[in-house]
Ligand binder design. Structure first.
Ligand code: BG6
Ligand code: MG
Length: 219
């Protein structure tokens, strides 16, 4: 099977936004909900949508919040987050990301973003990578969150490729599960012990070349 396309998760694969999510959720959790928010909590939220993240944090509280209060909380969290991500520049791309995107483009292997984030368009613009993405599937268009494979299946459909011809790059457990459920080859980004479902795991995209990818893809 020939490698025809690559699908990239955004947060944690192309850019490290987890620390900005952490600061924003922690501020909201402590000041508005009255609960703690730890690094472990932040890890657990990787790949989840904004609303699922809020529901996770609210489980720590005995209070019942109305829908309008929840909406206001998400708006407030997102405002804090937006302030941070609006400062992003191309230098914030994670190691190897730009090189791999450039190599894929030069070899006409198609690419798409597959992210839960509704802020993906802004982040893509700040990172200057729009020219390297043939399609964008993000939190504004998906209806089912990872581990549902919808985000990646939509990406493959937009690129007119089959899952078996496509590699997904993911850093979240839920994202790796989504890729595998969808029938994709999945490269985990992070620590292998944390992503046992991935076909293989690398610390970051600087360890990936198309040649390496095609070799493992044929096994
Ligand atoms: C994912 C992140 O990419 O996007 C999650 O891993 C985040 O942590 C989710 O909650 C939604 O992000 P946003 O930008 O729409 O709030
Ligand atoms: Mg991610």
């Amino acid at each position: 099977m020939k490698l025809k396309a690559c699908l990239f998760d955004l947060d944690g694969v192309l850019v490290d936004t987890a620390r900005h999510h952490f600061i924003a959720w922690k501020q909201l959790a402590e000041s508005k909900i009255g609960v703690s928010f730890t690094h472990e909590d932040n890890e657990a939220l990787k790949g989840l949508s904004r609303v699922e993240s809020l529901e996770y944090i609210l489980l720590k509280s005995n209070h019942v919040f109305s829908e309008s209060q929840k909406l206001a909380m998400m708006t407030e969290k997102n405002e804090i987050y937006l302030e941070a991500v609006s400062q992003l520049t191309p230098s914030d791309l994670l190691p190897g990301a730009l090189q791999l995107l450039q190599e894929l483009k030069s070899k006409s292997i198609h690419t798409a973003l597959g992210s839960a984030s509704k802020n993906a368009p802004l982040i893509i613009e700040k990172l200057g990578i729009a020219q390297y993405l043939d399609a964008v599937v993000d939190g504004n268009v998906v209806t089912a969150s990872k581990p549902n494979p919808e985000v990646f299946l939509k990406g493959a459909e937009m690129l007119q490729v089959l899952p078996q011809e496509t590699v997904v790059f993911e850093d979240a457990v839920s994202g790796v599960a989504a890729a595998k459920k969808g029938g994709f080859f999945c490269v985990g980004i992070g620590e292998s012990s944390a992503l046992p479902e991935a076909d293989f795991v690398v610390a970051d995209l600087s360890h990936i070349t198309i040649e390496k990818l095609e070799k493992s893809f044929f096994i």
